[in-house]
Design a protein around this ligand. Sequence first.
Ligand SMILES: Nc1ncnc2c1ncn2[C@@H]1O[C@H](COP(=O)(O)OP(=O)(O)OP(=O)(O)O)[C@@H](O)[C@H]1O
Ligand SMILES: [Mg+2]
Length: 385
Amino acid sequence: MSVTSSAPTTPATGAAGPAGDRADTGTALRPHAEQDFAAELTALAGADDRPRPPRWRLSPWAVSTYLLGGVLPDGTVISPKYVGPRRIVEVAVTTLVTDRALLLLGVPGTAKTWVSEHLAAAICGDSTLLVQGTAGTPEEAIRYGWNYAQLLAHGPSRDALVAGPVMRAMAEGRIARVEELTRIPADVQDSLITILSEKTLPVPELNDEVQAVRGFNLIATANDRDRGVNDLSSALRRRFNTVVLPLPASADDEVDIVARRVEQLGVSLQLPKIEAAEAELRRVVTVFRELRSGMTEDGRTKLKSPSGTLSTAEAISVVTGGLALAAHFGDGVLRPADTAAGILGAVVKDPGSDAVVWQEYLETVVRSRDGWQDFYRAAREAGAS
Ligand SMILES: Nc1ncnc2c1ncn2[C@@H]1O[C@H](COP(=O)(O)OP(=O)(O)OP(=O)(O)O)[C@@H](O)[C@H]1O
Ligand SMILES: [Mg+2]
C-alpha cells in the first residue's frame, strides 16, 4: 500500500526542502535544520564520494562531518553543530544504518533534540517527520488517523486514511523522530514495537499494511530526569541502541557551544549587534557549571546545588536575553546587569530553597572573586527587586 504525503519530494537542498513550501525560509522564525544549513548540506553531498546507505543523501562519514564540523577539500567550512565526543556521533550515525532505532538519552539541555533534528536533516533532508511525545499522545499520532468526513461518506479507504509522521517516514524511506518518548503512555509507546521489529504498520481496517521502505529508521529522545514517568518497556528498549549525550566536558566546550548558539539566535532573531560579550558569557557558564557540580572551579569550595537543571540550553537563553536587554535598553555592551536577572531566574526555580542556595553562592564565592564585583552588585539588585 502506498501512502500519499503532503510533503513534496523535492531535494532538501536550497530553500525548498521538503518543508520548504510551508514557510518562506527567509521569514520563518526558526528555519528547519535542512533549510538553515542547506548550503553546507549541498557542499557535503558534492564532496562526498563514500558509499551511501539506501536513500541516504550523505554517507555516514559526511553525516558525522556535518554534525561535528570540518573543512572540505574545496575549502568549504562545515560548522560544528554538536560539540562533544566524536565517537558518540559516529555510534549514533551507524546505528541508523542498522535495523535498530536510535534512542538519545541525557539530562535536559544536552542537545538530544538538536542532534536528532540535524541527523534527520543530513540523512534524509527532512527533519519534520516528528511526533512530540506527551502524556496525552494518542496512538493515532504514531500510527494513522482518519479523515472523518471521508470515512463517513465513503467508508474506510486509503483516501480516508491520514498517515502520521512515522507512517509517512516508513512509506518514503525517511527518518522519523519521536520526542520525549518516555512521556508517552506505555500502551501507546508499544505501538512502536511492531514498527521497529517487523518494519511494518498494519492497517486492520483496510486489511492492509504499510511496509517500511529502505532508508526508514527512527530517532527517539528521552530525558534522564523523566525516567520513571513512563518507563520504556523492555520489549521496546531492546529495539533501540541507546546513546547517552553527556554534559559539556569542560568550561571551554560549554562557552564554545553557548557562543555559537547565541550568535546564530542573534542573527535569526535579528538582534542588534552587540560588542564582543565573551567575558560575560564565560561568567554565565562558570556560574552554571559551579552550581550544577556543587563545587567552585578551583575545587576549593563546596556549594549546594539548586533544584533546577541549569542546562546549557538555559545558559544560552540567559545570554540571549541579556543581549536583547543590552541592545534595546543598554549601551550596546553586554554588562553584568543584563545577565544577572536571567541567571537569577534560571537558578531560583523554587523561591524557598533555591533562593538560599543562590544567596550563599553570592556571599561566599561571588563577593570576593576578582573582577566579579559588578556582577555581585547587579545580582544583589536583581534579587532585591
Ligand atoms: N554538546 C552540545 N553541542 C552543541 N549544542 C549544544 C550542546 N549541548 C547543548 N547544546 C545546545 O543546547 C540547546 C538545547 O538543546 P536541546 O533542546 O536539543 O536539549 P535536549 O537535550 O533536547 O533537552 P530537553 O531534555 O530539555 O528536551 C540547543 O540549542 C543546542 O544547540
Ligand atoms: Mg529535547
